[in-house]
Write a protein that binds this ligand. Structure first.
Ligand SMILES: [Zn+2]
Length: 382
């Protein structure tokens, strides 16, 4: 066996070696990475390798399978590897900081990788970075009733637990004062149609208000996101002092479990099926629906309890009910009524079914039982 073949074999073994963490991308956790940064000594996925290429002073990438590896480079990879290098570059990632996963958008991964290796923000002996705290700046915000994005000033007051935005720079008061308590933020680049698109939601008069914003700079928008997360964690710590931080971290922000178009009929199930945009919030256990994906408010929402409470979902339509254009049906049973949907394809039907089953099979958390999230409710959860 020549050097080339022998070294490739050693690398492939190294990818599977126990206790190295090499079987998952060092940056996003994707399974079976087959690229590597031979300057940092880590195995990464194709997507993350694309980000690493942008800073050759710090990282150099090669394909495990396609490129030539000499003895000394294989030796270097053996002595480093994902877990060891992560211990160095992720020594002190703040609890609020969002660590992207394989299915997250590029801007999150890019900024995570840059913060880690280029700015070295999380190294044990790196320079101390003050927690985000207050923040002020401009974001492009989508108009409520039109598709135009306008420059708006946003002010985050972390200690007060408030996010404000202004339509005018001077003079008038804020257009909205949003409580951090009711706020969520999630990157929605495809839906918003911008690689830095962020969706901010909050409760308003029993509805969920959506704001869609972006910033030209990937760093700015991810810094905003993490500043909102830091403020959320600070709020959660005061609201639930009895809970350990590890239980609060998953509650900081949440992503939709599934979104997409389905058609729905009304309560009598004789109404014509209409196409709507649906979003499933797994933490609040709510299925929200909208006329259009970027509407400011939902048209309606369904609370999804648990199987134990009599909630269920079926992969077809009740007898005698026919969809409009779409045939792949779904029926959700709640103690009050049933909800009937059709999906644009069998693949969508399967994904929705699995997502609903996932939520319905989870027992209700004390936080779900709070429902509205008023101050009294929070106090009663002890
Ligand atoms: Zn990756």
């Amino acid at each position: 066996m020549g050097d080339r073949e022998r070294n490739k074999k050693r690398l492939l073994e190294l990818l599977q070696a126990a206790g190295t963490g090499n079987s998952h991308c060092a940056d996003c956790g994707a399974a079976d990475p087959d690229w590597a940064s031979y300057k940092l000594g880590i195995f990464i996925c194709l997507n993350c390798s694309g980000v690493h290429r942008n800073f050759p002073d710090i990282s150099r990438v090669k394909s495990v399978r396609l490129d030539f590896w000499d003895d000394s480079t294989v030796e270097f990879m053996t002595h480093n590897g994902n877990l060891r290098v992560k211990a160095k570059y992720e020594a002190r990632v703040p609890a609020f900081y969002y660590i992207p996963q394989a299915n997250d958008c590029l801007v999150l991964k890019e900024q995570w990788i840059r913060a880690k290796y280029e700015r070295q923000e999380f190294m044990a002996d790196g320079k101390t970075i003050s927690p985000p705290g207050n923040r002020e700046g401009f974001l492009w915000k989508r108009g409520r009733d039109n598709a135009q994005f306008l420059r708006r000033k946003f002010v985050l007051l972390a200690r007060e637990g408030l996010l404000k935005y202004y339509t005018k720079e001077e003079g008038k008061g804020p257009k909205a004062v949003i409580s951090i308590r009711d706020l969520n933020a999630t990157f929605e680049t495809e839906k918003i149609g911008n690689p830095h698109g962020l969706q901010i939601t909050y409760r308003r008069e029993g509805h969920i208000r959506n704001l869609f914003v972006y910033h030209e700079s990937g760093k700015e928008i991810v810094d905003w996101f993490n500043a909102l997360r830091a403020a959320r964690l600070q709020y959660l710590k005061t609201a639930f002092p009895e809970l350990p931080e590890s239980e609060l971290v998953p509650l900081i922000t949440r992503n939709y479990l599934k979104q997409g178009f389905m058609e729905k009929t009304g309560p009598k199930q004789r109404e014509p099926f209409k196409k709507r945009w649906f979003a499933l919030d797994p933490q609040e256990r709510r299925l929200l629906y909208y006329k259009n994906p970027l509407d400011a408010f939902e048209q309606g929402q369904v609370f999804l309890g648990s199987n134990e409470q009599g909630y269920d979902v079926y992969e077809d339509l009740p007898k005698g009910i026919r969809g409009n254009r779409w045939k792949a049906g779904l029926t959700i049973i709640t103690p009050e009524r049933r909800f009937v949907f059709t999906c644009p394809s069998e693949k969508e039907q399967r994904e929705w079914l699995e997502s609903f089953q996932d939520v319905l099979s989870r027992p209700l958390t004390p936080l779900n039982l709070l429902g509205g999230g008023t101050e009294e409710h929070h106090r009663s959860w002890a």
